[in-house]
Each structure stands twice: as C-alpha cells, then as structure tokens.
Unconditional design. Structure first.
Lengths: 304, 461, 222
C-alpha cells in the first residue's frame, strides 16, 4: 500500500493542521513606514481650539479605534499622578504660625487616619480647643477658617489670598470677622465646633478640595449659620472650584461674603436660605459669564 | 430566633439581626468607621451562616431602622406587595440565594416577587453572594423603562453624558455634550451637575441643552442635578425638564441631611408628573451611594450595604427612569480601595435590579482612594457583563467640576463593542442615521468622535 | 482540522458472472478473453481509478471501462450513481472477486481526497502510487511498476500546485489534464523515483492548502 496517508498526516502536522484554528494567513506586505503619528496633538483640531476658550475638559482629542491616542494617555496619566501627589502632601505643622494664623488641629494623628476617619477630622484636639477658647475673638459675625482638607497644596497656594479677600468683603458688608485660624487634618464639619466655640453667627471654612486631574490646587468654601456640632450638609451653603482657572479667589471671596450677609440677614443657612433675589449679585460676584482663562496645562512634553 | 453559629468548636453569637447583617458584609472601610465590621474573617463567615438560616419573614419583622423611628421603614412596610411577599416569605436567605441562582428561575420570576421584597432582604442575600453570583443574578433581571426612549432592553448598554463645568459655562457644557453624543453616548440622559444651585441656572442649562437635542432630533432626556426644591422652582420658571433628579439616602435622618423627605419627594413627583417634558411614564432620576447615611450620622447602627438597599426601597416608590449608585464617589472612608469599590458596584447593581429598578452605575473613584485606572476599567466591563443599565460618560472620564474619575466617552463604545451591546433602540437608530457607528462592520462610523456632526444652535456652540 | 481524509463512499459493488457478449463488447471487453464483469460505483472518481488499477495488481483482471460522470457526485443521476462507474473484466467470477476485494480495500483504507481547508470546501487528492498496475501505466504511457504521483484539485489550486510539485522534486509530467474535465477538477500524473513522487505530492498538497487559505496572495506568503 502506498504511503499517501502518512505523508498527508505529516504535512498536516507541519502546517499546524492539528491546531483548532486554520493556519495563519501569510503576512501581508508591510506598508511603507507611516509618517510619524506620535505625538498626535489634539490642539491641532479646530474643535479643540474652540472649546479651549470655554472649558478645561479634554475635548476634540480624537480616537484610535475607540480608544485614546498615546499622547492623550500620557497626558492623562501625568495628570493622575499630579492629583495623587497633591493628596499625599501634608501641611507643615508650623505653616499657620509662619503666616500669622492661629494654628489648630483635629483629633487625627496621621495621614492615612485622616483619609479613613473623617469623624476624627471633624473635632478639635484638646490642645487646639483650649487655644481657641483662650486666643480667638468671640461673638463675631463671621469666623473664617483656613484648612488643609484634601489638598494642602491648594491651602498653601491660594488659601491666604481667599482668606484676605473674604475678610475684606465681609467687612465691606458690615460684618465683623473673627481671628483667622488655620486647621490641620481638617474636615468640613470642623467649622461647627470652631464656630460654636467662638460663638460666631456664621462659620466659614475654606479648605483644599479633593484634587482633580492635574489640578491639586482647588479650594472649596462651606458656610453655616449658627455653627454647632450636629449640623448637617443640608444646613450649609458651599462653593467649589476656587482657583485661578475656575472662580478666582478674589472673586470667590466677594461672593462668599454675599452668602454670609444673606445668612445673617435671614438667620438661616443651607437649603432654606433664599437666594433668588440675590441672583444678580451672586451672578456678578461669581462672574458666571466671565470667561476665566481656561487653559489646561500640558504636562508631558516630548522632543519631536 | 437564636443568632449563633459554631465554627471549629467556637460559638459565635450575635445580639441582633442588624448586627448579623453588618458582620456578614465583606470588608468595607465604612463599616470599620461605623464600628460595625466583623472582628475577624471567621466571625464574618459565622455571621453569614446565621444569616443563611434567617427567613425572609423574619427579615421583614426586623427592619434595621425601627418602624417607629423612620418614615422609610414605615413607607416600605405599608406599600409592600403582600401577595409577592407571601410567595417567598418562608424561604431562608440561603434558600433564597439558591432560588435566585437556579437556572430555572428566570428574570420574569424574579420580577414577579420583587415588589414583595424589603430592602433588608435584598441586602441580606447580597451578603451571601460572591461577585460572580451577583453578576449572574443581576444579568437575569430585566427592568425596562421609558421616558423619551426605552431603557433596559436586553443587549443594550446606555450611558449618561455628564458635561459638567466648574462655573456652569453653558457653552463649555454644550461643547462637551456634543462631543459625548458623537461617541454614541448620552442615550440614558444628558445630565449636568450644576456648580451653582439656583433655579435660574438650572433653567438656563436645561433650555440650552433642549435646543440642541431638538435641533438634532436626538431621542434622549435631559436633567440638571440641582436640589429637588431648586428644580421645582425651575419648573415654575417654565423651563423644559425631561427628568427630575435627587440624591437619596437610606434613612429618614440621612434624607433630612439631604434636605428631603418622603412628603417632599411625593410633592416633587406630582409636580413633575404635571410639568415634566418627557413622554414617560418614567421621569425621575435618583443617585445613591454606600456611606451617605453614615456621613450624616443617620445610620442607626446599620451597615452601609443594607442602608444602600433602603435607598432603592425609597426610589422604587416613584417608578424612576434612572437610578445609579455613585459607587466610589464618597471617598476612601467608606470604600477604601479597588476591591472594595468593585465589590460595592456589583452589590449595588444587583440589589437595585432585584428590587426592580433600572439600575446603572457611576463606576468611579476619587483621587484620594486607592484604586487604579486599570481596576476601574475592569469594573466597567464587569458591570456591562452583569447587564448594568447604564454607565456615565465624560471627556477622558474626568469630571472637571466634581473632581473625580468615571467612565469616558471612549469607554462606552469600547465596552459596547466588547460585549456586543448597543444603545437604546431609538437612540441606536439616530446613531446609525448620523453615521456615528457602522453596524455592518461593527466599527466607528464616519462621524464617530466628530462633534461637528452635531449641529449647534445659533447663539450657543 | 485541515487535511482530514474525506473517505470515498462505495455506493454499489456487483458482479455479472456470465455477461452477454453484446454487453461485453459495449463496455470494451473482449468476449474471447472475458466472460465475467465486476462493477463498482463510488462518489469519488480519482480514488476509484487508483483502486481499479490496484485490482490489476492482485488479480488477472482488466479495467475495460472507467468513466467519470459529468459535474461529479453532487449531480448524480441516481442514489447509486456517484461520480464514476468502473468495470473490471476477467475470464471467471473468482478473478473478479479477487479484483473487487483489492479495489474495495484500496478505497477503504488508501486512496481518498482530503479537505484542504477547515470547512472542507476544497478537496485535494495528492496520491502517490509506488508501483503502477497495467491499467494506469498504459493510460499514462509508463511501465507497470513505475512510481507515479496522481494529483487532483480544483482548477486554480491545482494549477498552482502542479507548478510547485514539478519544481519541488525531480519528476516529469506524464500527463496533465487541464480543466474542464467531467467533474471540473484538474489532474496531473507526474513520474520519477518513489521519493521524488512523494516530495512532489507533498509540495502539491501544501500549495493547495495555502492557495485555499489565501486566494489572492502569493502562495508562500511574503
């Protein structure tokens, strides 16, 4: 008998015929090397340029299949890294004193505890409570509190400017302002105990907010009328994104003073605070139609 | 009811069903924060063993927040479907888990008993399930709702376009929205979290979005996620509003912290029924997230999974069009890292679906949580595979106003293609008509990622 | 899996021990030497030609008739028609029996087409006959005992394959059958040493597989 079956079986093995898939198609002819596709700069798109005047959102970035171009991925990862670094930064212990502020501290003792135990970040430690009682002015209209919150970077960068503009704007509206304090490892609700201790009518905490992509420098402000331990979020009015590329600190200070004035006048804060009649004033103060220079920083540069 | 189990000759006893429920939870930093977690891995399993023996009837008798102290408990008790409850009341939680997993139990069967379940029952069975169990059962549950389009059909994965802006710059919002639409996103809702919580601002944003949607005949809904009282005032200003939004919490006290109550939501719902602009019959949009009750000290010693389920008990009163958990938003004090956020996303989706809600998920992390971008991308695929109704979508997943990381405009078509899913049928037709997706080759169409293809309205980009 | 045997189906095997002379003449037999006929139909023609030749090596039989049917087994005139009718003739029924036995054995375990692709839509016949009988040797103009590669495939695949086979080993073409044939395949008979015939058959088979997998590219890729 001839060996044909054997020969064919050997050939089948050699061609990978026993594999569950057909033999791979031979390589197509390799095309000419492409013109350099990386870095593919989205700034080139007209849509991207148009939007850049209005928003820091990464728009007009195009796509590769349904995914991002390499350049976009690297920019994104760089921004993520910046945000994570901002979270990890701590406010130096002597920063408050160096800047002429009364230094306070919550009951938190270290950074991871600060992230996992907001309850401890809402109360003053014993020493701070004693200092506050001793050294701060009591019975004021507004108690301003600068704090690290989730970005000590923001606090150190534009906290003093916001504090100053807010203080000026309050005084311009006939409100008395308390001793400026600065709290470490602070959560928003720490303003309740501080305000209650100094018997302020309004407590205003200005603190570093959760970092965003590439922006570890945003501040938020929370105001509450008749601060007292036990107040909830519904009792507060807040403002976020206070930074050069959002609402600039100088403008924000003005608007927060409008809020504080409204609280004192209406003797309440939070959801029930009536702001309808203040829209014009708040609008102007917030500069809702002011186009802040919205340029997202380019973080990754590679030689081309 | 004797609440004890023996493991290796050690007897573990528990003081209350609430304690059993809490200790049966997989590890969560939020339960640690509340001081409710099991002391050890073995005690956790003991709690589960006890829970597996508890009947659904007993769970109804023992809500985690007492009837006398909480209007949500009372509302659930008064509105429970008795016939549906009777059908499953005799089952233990362990048996209920097996019944849900059994291949002869269909989505139809589950839907038929859903209205007889209290949130505590959904939470209890959740604790006996692994991640893949949660996905297996959730994938069976189909919840179909309609506003301007039809959400939740099999083989569909929808998305919210979330074009938030730090100063509510309307032009900036519209630019982002158009880009999202050009990636085939936005069939669940165009939903903006406003930076300024005023009726005027809400109305202005809604009016501008409405004009673009109408001009381009886009079958979807819009919503500005201001406080419900602000939206009610915006309705009075005469603005279009397809969906009305509110964040919910799992206890009366938690909701008080949000400035809402059952009565207020009833009022908002009635107003929306009269004045809302969507075709309906569903037009409410709710967001939830594990940890919200604890963050306002209104958790009554209950764990965050059970309280999350109670949000869904509240939500289903209003036949909502959208409900999603914002799973990693609230921070590491409630969900510390990637595994906890992943677990919570699958739990919430499961419990919501089990209770009959069109459950979506904002798969996200804040930058102070320990979750990587890769872990987050995995969660999106898991949710898609579990039949999640919708995900969020933002430019590179980055919310420039709320400062957190969610799903991106690019992720939605990627997950859809991976899992063979499509947007809602109405929106799908629009996507094809605009050549955003080419289904013949299942790849991006000519206008994919080309926001210029969405015509702007004069006066606004 | 590629290159799996596509076993031929023998559709009928019959004997006529004492055939009418008119019939013997009509089917090309010689009434002076032949009295008995053996008949076979099969759904593959080329393996049957090989099997008929095989019979001549094991019995005193002649292949007096063997013809493929137009358009092949897919268009058969009846359930037993298949693709070919082959007729052996001999002096007596015992010789016919011995011949048919060799023929059936060859069809059942040796000569067959193979699927050149996963879907088995392309059939290839890369058969090597180590030693020819007197039927195919006469048809090919060779001597009994010579080696021959009997190569068949659809026209495009076969044409590329023949070229590859002829270049792969020291063989020469005894006969090439370009399309169209009755069944619209193409065939070639190549001869040389046994080793050369084997190498040629393997090269042919490989070429058919590659053309089937990549109809518009170069055969060896690149």
């Amino acid at each position: 008998m001839a060996r044909t079956r054997e020969l064919v079986a050997e050939l089948r093995e050699r061609l990978g015929g026993a594999a569950p898939q057909p033999p791979p198609a031979p390589l197509p002819r390799v095309p000419e090397p492409p013109v350099r596709v990386f870095p593919k700069r989205h700034e080139g798109s007209r849509y991207a340029r148009e939007t850049a005047a209005h928003t820091t959102a990464l728009l007009g970035i195009g796509q590769v299949g349904t995914r991002y171009a390499t350049d976009v991925v690297l920019q994104f990862q760089a921004e993520l890294a910046v945000a994570h670094e901002a979270v990890a930064t701590e406010l130096p212990e002597d920063w408050a004193a160096k800047n002429g502020l009364l230094g306070l501290r919550s009951r938190v003792t270290h950074h991871r505890e600060f992230l996992l135990r907001p309850d401890l970040g809402r109360r003053l430690d014993d020493l701070s409570l004693a200092r506050l009682k001793m050294e701060a002015k009591h019975g004021v209209d507004v108690q301003p509190i600068l704090a690290d919150g989730l970005s000590a970077v923001a606090c150190m960068q534009s906290g003093l400017e916001l504090l100053a503009s807010f203080t000026r704007a309050c005084e311009a509206r006939g409100l008395t302002v308390g001793t400026p304090v600065c709290a470490r490892y602070a959560r928003v609700w720490l303003e309740d105990e501080i305000g209650q201790t100094v018997k302020a009518r309004v407590a205003a905490i200005l603190l570093g907010e959760r970092p965003g992509l590439g922006t570890g420098d945003g501040l938020s402000a929370y105001l509450v009328y008749e601060p007292a331990v036990g107040k909830t979020d519904g009792d507060r009015n807040m403002m976020s994104n206070i930074h050069a590329r959002g609402t600039p600190p100088a403008v924000a200070g003005d608007r927060l003073a409008v809020l504080a004035r409204a609280m004192v006048d209406q003797k309440r804060s939070g959801v029930s605070l009536e702001l309808g009649h203040l829209v014009a004033e708040l609008g102007d103060a917030a500069s809702r139609h002011h186009r802040a220079p919205q340029v997202r920083e380019r973080l990754v540069e590679v030689p081309t | 009811m004797r609440l004890a189990a023996t493991i290796r000759n050690v007897v573990h006893t528990f003081g209350s069903l609430r304690e059993v429920l809490a200790k049966a939870n997989p590890p969560k930093s939020g339960d640690d924060l509340a001081g409710l977690s099991a002391r050890s891995a073995v005690e956790r399993v003991a709690a589960r063993a006890v829970l597996a023996q508890v009947t659904l009837h007993e769970l109804r008798q023992n809500p985690v927040v007492p009837y006398e102290q909480d209007e949500l408990t009372r509302m659930v008790e008064h509105t429970l479907n008795e016939a549906a409850f009777r059908a499953v009341a005799h089952l233990t939680v362990g048996q209920f888990r097996e019944w849900l997993l059994e291949s002869t139990t269909t989505g139809e069967h589950i839907r038929s008993i859903s209205a007889g379940l209290t949130p505590e029952m959904a939470a209890a069975v959740c604790k006996l399930m692994s991640n893949l169990d949660l996905m297996t059962v959730a994938a069976k549950c189909q919840v179909v709702v309609r506003a301007n389009n039809t959400l939740g059909l099999p083989g569909r994965l929808s998305s919210r376009v979330q074009p938030n802006h730090p100063t509510d710059d309307v032009a900036g919002i519209l630019y982002s929205m158009r880009e999202g639409l050009s990636y085939g996103c936005g069939d669940a809702v165009i939903g903006v979290n406003p930076a300024t919580d005023t009726a005027e601002s809400t109305a202005e944003i809604l009016t501008a979005i409405d004009a673009v949607l109408k001009k381009n005949a886009i079958p979807t809904q819009h919503c500005v996620l201001s406080h419900v009282t602000v939206q009610m005032r915006a309705l009075d200003l005469g603005c279009p509003m397809d969906l009305m939004f509110q964040s919910l919490s799992g206890s009366e006290g938690g909701n008080r912290a949000f400035g809402i109550s059952v009565a207020l939501m009833d009022e908002a719902y009635d107003k929306m029924k009269r004045m809302g602009t969507a075709r309906g019959p569903n037009f409410m949009y709710f967001e939830t997230g594990q940890g919200s009750a604890l963050s306002s000290a209104a958790h009554h010693g209950a764990d965050q999974v059970t309280l999350e389920a109670r949000c869904y008990g509240f939500a289903r009163r209003y036949d909502p069009f959208l409900v999603n958990t914002v799973v990693g938003f609230i921070g590491p004090e409630y969900l510390e890292d990637g595994p906890q956020i992943t677990r919570a996303g699958l739990e919430d989706h499961f419990m919501g679906k089990l209770l009959g809600l069109p459950m979506g998920c904002d798969a996200c992390f804040t930058y102070h949580a320990r979750m990587s971008q890769d872990e987050l991308e995995c969660l999106k695929v898991l949710l898609g595979a579990a039949g999640c109704t919708y995900l969020m979508s933002l430019p590179v997943g980055d919310d420039i106003m709320l400062n957190y990381q969610s799903t991106s405009y690019h992720d939605i078509p990627s997950v859809r293609r991976l899992l063979n899913k499509r947007p809602t049928p109405e929106f799908d037709a629009w996507v094809v008509e605009r050549d955003i997706w080419d289904y013949e080759h299942n790849r991006p169409g000519e206008n994919f990622g080309r926001p210029e293809a969405i015509t702007p309205v004069r006066g606004n980009p | 899996m590629i290159l799996e045997p596509l076993p031929p189906r023998i559709l009928s095997v019959r004997r006529i021990p004492n055939a009418d002379p008119a019939l013997l003449l009509a089917y090309g037999a010689d009434p002076a030497r032949h009295r008995s006929l053996g008949l076979v139909t099969c759904d593959q023609d080329d393996p049957t030609y090989v099997a008929l030749d095989e019979a001549t090596k094991f019995a005193h039989v002649d292949v007096v008739f063997a013809k493929s049917f137009y358009a092949g087994a897919g268009h058969a005139s009846g359930p037993l028609s298949g693709e070919i009718l082959g007729v052996l003739a001999a002096a007596d029924p015992d010789e016919i029996d011995a011949g048919l036995k060799a023929l059936v054995r060859c069809l059942e375990s040796d000569a067959c087409f193979y699927g050149a692709d996963e879907a088995k839509k392309t059939a290839v016949f890369p058969h090597v006959i180590s030693s020819l009988g007197h039927y195919l040797s006469a048809a090919a103009g060779l001597k009994p005992g010579d080696s021959m590669a009997y190569l068949v495939a659809p026209p495009m695949e076969a044409t590329i394959g023949f070229d590859m086979a002829l270049k792969a080993a020291d063989v020469r073409a005894a006969k090439i059958f370009p399309p169209p044939t009755e069944t619209n395949f193409s065939a070639a008979w190549l001869t040389g040493s046994l080793a050369a015939c084997e190498a040629a058959a393997v090269a042919f088979c490989e070429a058919v597989v590659r053309v089937a997998a990549n109809p518009k590219g170069d055969v060896w890729g690149g």
